[in-house]
Design a binder for this molecule. Structure first.
Ligand code: HEM
Ligand SMILES: [Cu+2]
Length: 545
């Protein structure tokens, strides 16, 4: 293994991580402006309206920041766990495709030609450049997924009877899930692109929405799996612990592969065009997909406890105080886990039809996904970046105390902002709305204090993001710890000794992928055919879908 090869790989991974950071910084600025607008502190000018901002924020945060970070960490895991001489040309082509796609979509939104929000389904229509850009971004991620699987195939040749290294396994299952999920985007683009080019005179709005949510729910599990990869494989080293069990970790990822897709209709509970049978079916699978998250909560806390016991500490308090609360690589993901408790609670509300009808389309929903994707996911990525960037550059983390305070500040900011959003949602404050004072209407006055609290939380978050940037850029500019050492070797967590052997069947990616596709088809065949037949009613005289 030649040092130069590692340095070449590292440059590629850094490109992913810094692109993610750039998206986070720019995207968050718009988030802050939205929070101020809703608190009646600023008004968006006519030449750059609120919904354009909201589209930039949603796309950069939900689709660009998360995706580039996950592609970065998945490649890093693969390259480090399977060291070999390899060309990075394919890697750079995939990065370039992702980047070009992102820039095309971003420019189209910023110029006001794609104010379609990050959910981009019809009837909102964008310039074709936006749809092509989004498609290129997805195709680039497929190339990254192929790279991971190709490395596993190469490794398998000499390790026929061994288990795939756990961290690579996690990355691979994440990307298999992603392949299946993004087929929804491809199908949706098949409707949107001809329509936006003017080749079809109408579009099946409901079908585009269903294709979006076929993708939109597994999208959130793509983020969660990125965070879990960190929790199971990177975090235990920070508290001198182990991954609880190799087999359990693989099982968790497989369950996420199987159950992430057949649940998307829980985003369409209020959709009159979809029969309640399908809504009920997807509710059941939704409660099923919560199981691997409960298993993860158990596994992580058990791992905390075993690490404390190894040091002779017993009991809840000793277990918690044994953890490294002064290490930002730990506090990022750990504080994220705390936020996930609120996220899980809200998720159960959203997944329950009757309660969802109360919070549907209110700012409660926005509070929910900030405390999930903006909590465990973003904080885990940020914490991991504090480990990843020094590992990739051979430099020490710049201003570690600032990094530490950054994670706590994010936690407090997100807590304030999302609780305020949940509360305002219960009072009826709508989401995706710039002006929620309704010219001083009595009912709207009820949620004004929550909107101010949202703006305060958002401000703390933005300061926290600026602190992150100082640390990220400072680390890059630092001198190397040892001159000439352009990277730091890393170790991934190992399973708890005595935690048992892993059944080989868990490693048969192909079979599990087929089962995942079958489940997805079974969950969507019914509503799909139903929406096709209802189309004549939705758009009389048009058969162009
Ligand atoms: C500085 C931190 C942040 C602030 C102040 C902020 C603020 C906001 C606000 C006020 C909205 C709601 C607007 C509305 O419905 O009218 C919003 C929407 C959204 N935010 Fe954030 N946010 C921040 C960070 C994040 C992060 C870290 C993520 C994800 C990684 C994220 C993802 C989203 C998404 C996906 C939407 C929905 C857009 C839509 O409805 O189309 N935000 N944000
Ligand atoms: Cu969902």
């Amino acid at each position: 293994m030649i040092v130069n090869d590692v340095v070449r790989e590292n440059r590629l991974i850094l490109a992913h991580v810094y692109t993610a950071t750039g998206a986070l910084v720019i995207g968050a600025l718009f988030g802050l402006l939205q929070a101020y607008s809703r608190a009646d502190l600023v008004s968006a000018p006519a030449w750059f309206d609120y919904y354009r901002m909201l589209t930039v924020h949603g796309v950069l945060m939900a689709l660009v920041f998360t995706t580039f970070f996950i592609t970065g960490i998945a490649l890093f895991s693969t390259y480090r766990a399977i060291p070999r001489e390899r060309s990075v040309a394919w890697g750079w082509w995939s990065f370039l495709l992702m980047l070009i796609g992102t820039l095309m979509a971003a420019v189209t939104i910023l110029s006001g030609n794609a104010t379609v929000l990050y959910t981009f389904y019809a009837p909102l229509k964008a310039h074709p450049a936006f749809y092509f850009g989004a498609t290129f971004l997805v195709l680039g991620t497929w190339m990254v997924g192929y790279e991971i699987l190709e490395n596993i195939a190469w490794w398998k040749r000499d390790h026929r009877d061994e288990r795939v290294p756990l961290v690579v396994y996690c990355a691979a299952v994440t990307f298999i899930m992603w392949f299946i999920a993004t087929l929804g985007v491809v199908a949706e683009m098949g409707l949107l692109i001809p329509w936006s080019l003017g080749w079809t005179s109408g579009i099946n709005v409901m079908l585009t929405r269903m294709f979006f949510w076929y993708f939109g729910h597994p999208l959130v599990y793509f983020w969660i799996m990125g965070a879990y990869l960190i929790w199971y494989n990177i975090l235990p080293k920070r508290y001198a612990g182990h991954t609880l069990s190799d087999g359990l970790t693989r099982l968790v990822f497989l369950m996420l592969l199987l159950l992430s897709t057949p649940v998307g209709i829980h985003h369409e509970f209020m959709e009159p065009a979809i029969a309640s049978t399908w809504k009920f079916l997807h509710t059941i699978t939704t409660f099923g997909v919560a199981v691997p998250s409960f298993m993860t909560a158990f596994a992580i806390f058990a791992s905390f406890e075993l690490a404390a016991r190894a040091r002779g500490k017993r009991g809840f308090i000793a277990t918690v105080t044994n953890l490294p609360w002064g290490d930002p690589v730990f506090t990022g993901p750990a504080l994220g886990m705390l936020l996930f408790i609120i996220g899980g609670f809200g998720g159960v509300v959203n997944a329950s039809y009757a309660m969802d009808s109360l919070v549907h389309n209110t700012i409660w929903i926005v509070g929910h996904f900030h405390v999930t994707v903006g909590g465990p996911v973003a904080l885990s990525f940020i914490g991991a970046a504090y480990w990843l960037v020094p590992a990739l550059t051979g430099r020490k983390l710049f201003a570690p105390k600032l990094a530490l305070w950054q994670t706590y500040m994010w936690f407090v900011g997100m807590l304030i902002m999302s609780i305020a959003m949940h509360w305002a949602g219960l009072l009826g404050s709508p989401r995706r709305t710039s002006e929620v004072t309704y010219l001083g209407a009595q009912a709207a006055a009820a949620w004004h204090p929550e909107m101010i609290a949202t703006a305060i939380g958002g401000t703390l978050l933005y300061i926290s993001i600026l602190m992150f940037v100082i640390v990220a850029v400072g680390t890059r500019l630092r001198n190397q710890t040892e001159p000439g050492l352009a990277y730091t070797p890393v170790e991934f967590a190992t399973p708890q000794p005595g935690s048992g052997t892993t059944p080989p069947v868990l490693d048969h990616f192909g079979r599990w992928a087929v089962l995942a596709v079958v489940l997805a088809l079974a969950a969507y065949a019914g509503p799909f055919t139903e929406l096709l037949s209802q189309h004549a009613y939705l758009a009389p005289g048009l058969r162009t879908w």
